[in-house]
Design a protein around this ligand. Structure first.
Ligand code: RIB
Length: 308
């Protein structure tokens, strides 16, 4: 099986369940508060590991209880964490998440150690980094660490002819056009695609046009996730809608991370892109029926039985 390297963020999620998400100036009474392992990078590494992948993660936490808990959780999923920096002067990243009765969420992230995962830090061991990328087959990244780091690792990975998957979340509007060249897959949702392209999009045609803008920038394949409506694969040869399994969502946190990682894992196992999308959709459709980020990630058996 091919090896996956996830480069990205680790956060401890502080999750508050509330009847509705407060508007500016409003105070509401929440029901529960819980601390749950999260962070887009860690969620992806955890998912790929839990589903049986050979996964390594490059990221950073602080030397604190949250950082320890996050590393323990990844270890349980079988993720190789030899490249997780434990920083003395930084706190572990945190995400403050409110979830309302419809399962919608709003998130504020305090980057902490994630923000310190700079090119300067990882360049101190550039030889190790190059070796790490050389030994990997698929490199998966998101945008919750400094953009310069994502740009730097992507260039290295591309120069070593690695398969590159970018989950452009949280989306940024200031990504240089050059970045997209040679990326095998990106997986934005509709909002992220709007931010990346600077174009408002709602209809199928607008979404396909948006995906085509990304293809023109050099991305080989775009998978736009559409929530309960499924996802759209667009490349130079086709545009195809994959309907999502019907489920009752209670919490969409990490559903996108779960999809990306399960998709990457299925590709690592030699499946076709179509099969990998179906696997990713099955995994994320289970994740949305459960609360929390890493607490919502299914086992391989659960995903296989959902596909059947
Ligand atoms: O994608 C979900 C993740 O976003 C959460 O786990 C939270 O940590 C934020 O990074």
């Amino acid at each position: 099986m091919k090896k996956i390297l996830v480069v990205g963020s680790l956060n401890m999620d502080c999750v508050v369940e509330t009847p509705h998400i407060p508007q500016a100036g409003e105070t509401v009474s929440g029901r529960t508060v819980s601390f749950i392992p999260g962070g887009k990078g860690a969620n992806q590494a955890y998912t790929a590991g839990r589903l049986g992948g050979r996964v390594k993660m490059l990221g950073a936490v602080g030397r604190d209880d949250f950082g320890q808990a996050l590393r323990d959780n990844l270890r349980e999923a079988g993720v190789d964490m030899s490249e997780i920096y434990v920083l003395e002067k930084e706190s572990t990243g945190q995400a403050f998440i409110t979830i309302d009765d419809t399962g919608e969420n709003s998130i504020i992230v305090i980057p902490g150690a994630n923000g310190a995962l700079t090119p300067e830090l990882i360049r101190q061991n550039e030889e190790d980094l190059i070796q790490m990328i050389e030994k990997s087959d698929i490199v998966v990244m998101q945008l919750e660490i400094p953009l310069e780091t994502v740009l730097y690792v992507k260039e290295l990975a591309a120069s070593l002819h690695k398969f590159i998957i970018i989950d452009p979340a949280p989306a940024l509007s200031n990504i240089p056009d050059d970045f997209w060249k040679g990326i095998d897959y990106i997986k934005p949702n509709e909002t992220e695609l709007s931010i990346l392209t600077g174009k408002h999009m709602k209809t199928h045609e607008e979404i396909i046009d948006g995906a085509r803008i990304m293809l023109e920038k050099g991305v080989k394949n775009v998978i736009v996730t559409l929530g309960g409506k499924g996802c759209m694969l667009v490349n130079h040869d086709l545009e195809q809608l994959f309907e999502a399994p019907r489920v009752k969502a209670v919490d969409t946190t990490a559903a996108g991370d779960c999809f990306t990682a399960a998709f990457a894992l299925a590709l690592a196992e030699g499946n076709s892109c179509f099969e990998a999308i179906v696997f990713g959709q099955a995994a994320s459709s289970i994740a949305v029926t459960r609360k929390g980020a890493q607490t919502s990630i299914p086992t391989r058996e659960e995903v296989m039985s959902a596909i059947k």
